[in-house]
Design a protein around this ligand. Structure first.
Ligand SMILES: Cc1ncc(COP(=O)(O)O)c(C=O)c1O
Length: 449
């Protein structure tokens, strides 16, 4: 068994760190320290630790809010300086003219999701983008009106699809109560398989209008078979959209080749662009010239060649930008420059390789803890197949969840908890180390004991 062969000493973790070709990237991030967190009410207390108080925490929460790239500060200050010195002239004559500021993200975002530059745009926030794209791609009729989501879809997605169904139901004449179908794994299975999705679509006959799924599930960490599901849906004439909140910057994707209709994401998790940072969207090239698509339009979606002619008629630009509404939020976008530069430096393929190793290491150490436990054990909700997950592992811990969380915090670990009893640990290859993983396992061992 894998857990029998692994070395469990911390020296081994340090050896793995020393051999890590991406280790220099950690220095590009500010990682919260125990000293900074002590006294905030978050449960951190450096005096109980053998570590010096200003050592970095073990930050395993990049699946919720990524750490701050150090250059984010100067990226924001640069825009503040231009605003302060140039005022409105910054739109055209700043160092990074604001009129086309969002265009600089096309290249790096397209590389992360596997798209052409025309197919991606940085705009709005995730849920807002979901609504904007459903307005175009969810076009229900009386007969074909259902939306298929996961039973464990993120609540905001669930609210968005239910509200879309309700908004359309009164005009299209269907029952909104039966419009949203929630997929659960087959009996005896813990994760959703491509054939489960296909089977459900077939069971529902011609009534499915759209499938909207979280590419990496926020709760279980399962990475769905995106190409397989996309192709199953498309072969049945069903539109398919992906929520990439937990996938972008975590796993490599090829949205264009896979043929998804659309995708949406946020950039405050693995993209490290800061709290509430600008979101993004992908729209497949085959839709970009389609002017018959219904959409909620705004002036920033208009062709930039004619945008300032202030015409009464909307002319959508033939790129994903056509779905943007307003001029971009420069201050919220600026940190994304710093972060995406790091992705371009590291490359998503190399990050994924390190991510696979970090997550595998955590899994093996947890297996070892369970094998040696004389009492409770740690439950793993995330699939064991590395190809069916991103970096995060979701676990159930024995005993009282509040006590476990406090013990983790006292050990300087920042992870998160989701009701009813799920702890999520996300070793992120940009800034986490094998030593972080080893120390986390030591804290888990103490909790189990
Ligand atoms: C999977 C998923 N979908 C949607 C959202 C909602 O994102 P936003 O608040 O940016 O709209 C989140 C937020 O964490 C999420 O994890």
């Amino acid at each position: 068994m894998a857990s029998m062969t692994i070395r469990t000493d911390e020296a081994y973790a340090r050896e793995l760190d020393a051999a890590d070709p991406l280790s220099a990237l950690r220095a590009e991030f500010d990682i919260p320290t125990r000293r900074a967190l002590t006294g905030t009410g978050a449960g951190f207390s450096p005096e109980e630790s053998t570590e010096p108080g200003d050592s970095p925490c073990i930050y395993l929460c990049g699946n919720s809010l990524g750490c701050m790239p150090r250059r984010a500060r100067e990226a924001v200050i640069r825009q503040l300086d231009d605003w302060s010195m140039l005022g409105v002239e910054g739109h055209r004559h700043g160092r990074d003219p604001w009129l086309c500021f969002h265009e600089r993200f096309r290249g790096p975002l397209s590389r992360l999701v596997g798209a052409t530059e025309r197919e991606v745009v940085a705009m709005n926030s995730l849920t807002a983008n979901l609504h904007l794209l459903m307005m175009s791609f969810y076009r229900p009729t009386r007969e074909r009106y259902r939306i298929v989501i996961e039973d464990s879809a993120f609540p905001s997605d669930s609210y968005a699809v239910c509200s879309q169904a309700e908004a359309h139901a009164r005009y299209a004449g269907f029952d909104p109560a039966s419009a949203v179908v929630r997929l659960t794994p087959a009996p005896g299975e813990s994760s959703l398989k491509t054939q489960d999705v296909a089977r459900e679509i077939d069971r529902l006959g011609g009534s499915v209008a759209m499938v909207l799924l979280g590419a990496v599930n926020y709760l279980t960490g399962q990475w769905l078979d995106m190409p397989g599901i996309t192709s199953q849906c498309r072969s049945r004439g069903i539109g398919v959209g992906w929520d990439l909140a937990h996938a972008i910057g975590n796993v490599p994707m090829s949205l264009h080749d896979w043929g998804a209709d659309f995708a949406v994401w946020c950039s405050y998790k693995y993209l490290n662009a800061g709290p509430g940072a600008v979101g993004g969207a992908f729209v497949h090239e085959r839709h970009l010239a389609d002017r018959t698509l219904p959409r909620l339009a705004g002036w920033w979606g208009n062709d930039p060649q004619t945008r300032f002619q202030m015409s009464k008629t909307f002319v959508p630009v033939e790129r994903a930008d056509a779905w943007s509404l307003s001029n971009p939020p420069i201050l919220s976008m600026a940190p994304l420059i710093a972060s995406l530069d790091l992705f371009d430096r590291a490359r998503i393929g190399a990050l994924r390789q390190k991510s696979l190793a970090l997550t595998d290491y955590l899994e093996r150490l947890v297996d070892r803890i369970n094998a040696e436990s004389r009492g409770g054990t740690i439950g793993l909700l995330t699939p064991r197949d590395p190809e069916a997950r991103g970096c995060h592992l979701s676990m159930t811990l024995p005993g009282d969840a509040d006590a476990a969380m406090l013990a983790l915090r006292r050990a300087g670990i920042i992870c998160d908890f989701r009701e009813p009893n799920v702890f999520r640990f996300a070793p992120v290859p940009l800034y986490n180390t094998f030593t972080d993983v080893h120390r986390t396992a030591a804290a888990l061992r103490a909790i189990v004991a």
